[in-house]
Design a protein. Sequence first.
Length: 411
Amino acid sequence: MSEAWIIDACRTPRGIGKKGKGALADEHPQHLAAAVLSALQERVGFDTAEVDDIVFGTSSQRGQQSGDLARMAALDAGYDVRASGVTLDRFCGSGITSVNIAAANIMSGMEDLCIGGGAEMMSGHGQGGGKSSPFLDNDNFRLRKVHPQPHQGVCADAIATLEGIDRTALDSLAVVSQQRADNAIKNGYFDKSLITVYKLDGSVALDHEEFPRPQTSVESLSVLQPSFAKMADMSLDDAGTTFRGLVKQKFPDLNIEHFHHAGNSSGVVDGAGAVLMASPDYAKANGLKPRARIVAMCNMGDSPTLMLNAPVPATKKVLAKAGLSLADIDLFEINEAFSVVAEKYIRDLDLDRDKVNVNGGAMALGHPIGATGSMLIGTVLDELERRGQQFGLVTMCAAGGMAPAVIIERI
């Protein structure tokens, strides 16, 4: 079996995902995705006619984000028409999955040059074309009777309650995320991957992270009201079904306490990221210098009702596939969908906190759903290079109770 080498990775800044406020909110998702594809070609200089496939993650494939964003973005970026593209959805895990599938195609020997990535415009571009996701639809209670699936924020509060993780711990981790992101930005730790997004008229749309709030403190977070208490009791149908009731179908004795709010949950942002990969033979024949290799990858399912707990078993699974231990991993990236996800991950695996999300996470930077995974792969690669370290592990929770994971090794 061949290896899959990472040649380069890049990403846009994350723009505030709100029309009238975010710098990217008026751009078309296709344009944002095309920006990272164009940047990869300009940085590396590969022949786009030889790209076997472009695999993109986009969770909300409705409205302007429908219609195979990967293919349309490649055409928009000026790629040769022979560069094919496909778009997938594993909810929040889409950006890791797109890279993993592209890498697997190379490792199988079937393809030689692929791009994995993702784009998500959370400022509404994917919301105008139809209903909400199936597991939130009011007409989908047949499935919910077997696998109750509440709102993610209610799940976060349920997990915190079950685990005995209090709000102080959750808010404290959110502050650390802001501090680390601020330090990374000030010291240029993101600069290697970060690209500038230009408008169609050539003016700058965004060239910096728009979401971070470095002034955040535990005191400022303490006054924020929990975001999901009222939502938990919102009636979903004529029978009075609620998100809280869905949780109680599986955990009848659980009295959910509400701890999560805007400050310790992931930010709503727009963004795109992409990772260029090649087989060793192709890279050597075309003068492409590798930065890393894919060591192992996996997918894992867990409770759909709690939804956010699969990263820990996914981490154990991918480590076993790689023949590595937790001690072998130099840096971990666990997406901060909610503070409890990262806090539970650290506690369950007994990790050194100085190895986890060392440059902050989605609570500070934001979470453009289908793009985040590919962004984090680039982030951990940049940091491995900066520190001269070897192994990085990236994982994240996804709706439906899933988690993809990947381990990369710096070359």
